[in-house]
Design a binder for this molecule. Structure first.
Ligand code: PEP
Length: 249
């Protein structure tokens, strides 16, 4: 069975609630594509207005982060039950910005992965190397470690439904997209790693995105690669261009 493409916007810390509603109204008519899962991952305060504004469209709503405890004294955090109750279907976990600025580790990402599955929320687990790691020739070692720790105690049935976003850190927000060959090579390596942890059937089902300065020009070639099942899009998800990315062919 062919894997359905998944193209997700990561709004990061952009868009006040009123701006968010306007952006959804603008993008709604542009992102229709039955063949693709379209997800808007938005700041916590925008989740409810975006869910309302997206009603009747194909847009699914995701969060950009989530805590791994059910509830309690964790000031400033958002719980999986809170996301589940309002109808959030996806959550971005372990984005490199969270690893870099908020001390996120593969161990905390793993705890969040397990909680997301418990609540029926699909994790979009990010991984990716720095430029230094790429130059040192340890890209795949690093990413295999991120994937192996991130998926600890995740069952094969859960893993089949997960999404992994390969995002080379040097390509995020820099305008430098990885070449299609570089992106395909790592995404194939991630799929091989999943086959090692689980089996070929799980590896064949899990969806792997590429992220890092994806735009309307680069999307068609990237998404045509055998192991690239869509994209995680930052900057371009805030513009009408996102409609062209979703309708990349
Ligand atoms: C991202 O935020 O995940 C991302 C890939 O950003 P950009 O597309 O702006 O590089």
């Amino acid at each position: 069975m062919a894997r359905k493409k998944i193209i997700a916007g990561n709004w990061k810390m952009n868009m006040t609630p009123s701006q968010a509603v306007k952006l959804v109204e603008t993008l709604k008519p542009l992102v229709g594509n039955e063949g693709v899962d379209v997800v808007f991952c938005v700041p916590a305060i925008d989740i409810i207005p975006v869910l309302e504004a997206a009603k009747g469209s194909n847009i699914q709503v995701g969060a950009e982060n989530m805590y791994f405890e059910e509830k309690g004294a964790y000031t400033g955090e958002i719980s999986p039950a809170m996301l589940e109750e309002v109808g959030v279907k996806y959550v971005v976990l372990g984005h490199s910005e969270r690893r870099q600025y908020f001390a996120e580790t593969s161990e905390t990402v793993n705890k969040k992965m397990l909680k997301a599955f418990e609540h029926g929320i699909t994790p979009i687990m990010c991984c990716g190397e720095t430029l230094e790691q790429r130059e040192q020739g340890i890209t795949m070692d690093w990413i295999r470690q991120q994937v192996k720790v991130g998926f600890q105690n995740v069952t094969a049935d859960q893993a089949k439904t997960a999404v992994i976003a390969y995002e080379p850190i040097w390509a995020i927000g820099t305008g430098k997209t990885a070449t299609t060959e570089q992106a395909q090579e790592v995404c194939a390596g991630i799929r091989a790693c999943i086959a090692e942890i689980y089996d070929e059937a799980t590896a064949a089902e899990i969806r792997i995105q590429y992220g890092g300065s994806v735009n309307a020009k680069t999307a068609p070639d990237l998404f045509a690669q055998a192991d690239i099942d869509g994209g995680l899009v930052g900057g371009a998800s805030l513009k009408e261009e996102f409609g062209q990315i979703v309708n990349y062919k």
